[in-house]
Ligand binder design. Structure first.
Ligand code: ATP
Length: 195
């Protein structure tokens, strides 16, 4: 199966782009969404996270996000430890998902595709870009966040120039209609390339 990685900085419009590929019939796996689902449902993750964070990691209604966020806030090493539990399970789940797909290619949306080295496993990589001020504006509208928090996340991620240098395709997401047109073109380029 041909694997296309879709990435971009926070608020660039990855999920918006991914949905557009989905509308064209491409199976899309949104890694963050699947990771969240697995953290809520996988017994093996639950067991390991309770080993890591203690019994407060889960409440009766599921994963205790505020508690975990607080632990990580006070000791960043816990983020890596949590990722070491969650990422292999997501990778396993993704492999099983891919096996069930019948389209010519699949898309995996991953926010930190370059940072983790995950791009090396992709046949093609697409980066979504948008000017920083638009990304901040959109995120403030979407989330209960603030410019400082968004800036801190942006500074922790790769920058657009670095992502673009290693990408096969770049989608600029300023105007939605133009982005949709470009996605169609890229979709057919990929189909042509893998024929
Ligand atoms: P995150 O990094 O948080 O996962 P993302 O890169 O997946 O975000 P989206 O969630 O797709 O980005 O987009 C961020 C917000 O901006 C959403 O509320 C989305 O509806 C809005 N948005 C995306 N593209 C556009 C656009 N071209 N015009 C206006 N709003 C947009």
């Amino acid at each position: 199966m041909i694997l296309v990685g879709l990435t971009g900085g926070i608020g660039s419009g990855k999920t918006t782009a991914a949905k557009e590929f989905e509308n064209l019939g491409v199976p899309v796996y949104i890694a963050d969404v699947e990771a969240k689902k697995l953290m809520a449902t996988s017994e093996s993750i639950k067991e390991k996270l309770i080993d890591l964070f203690g019994p407060n990691a889960y409440t009766e209604s599921g994963l205790n996000r505020p508690f975990i966020a607080d632990v990580i806030f006070h000791d960043k090493a816990y983020l890596e430890k949590m990722n070491a539990v969650v990422h292999p399970e997501v990778a396993k789940h993704f492999t099983q998902w891919v096996e069930k797909q019948k389209a010519p290619y699949v898309i995996k949306e991953v926010a930190i595709l370059f940072e983790t080295g995950g791009y090396k496993a992709c046949d093609f990589v697409i980066t979504v870009t948008a000017p920083k001020h638009l990304r901040v504006e959109r995120l403030l509208k979407r989330d209960d966040s603030n410019p400082e928090k968004i800036e801190a996340i942006m500074n922790n991620q790769w920058q657009d120039e670095e992502r673009i240098a290693l990408s096969d395709f770049v989608i600029e997401n300023v105007d939605l209609a133009t982005m949709k047109e470009n996605i169609k073109k890229i979709h057919f380029k990929i189909i042509d390339a893998i024929k």
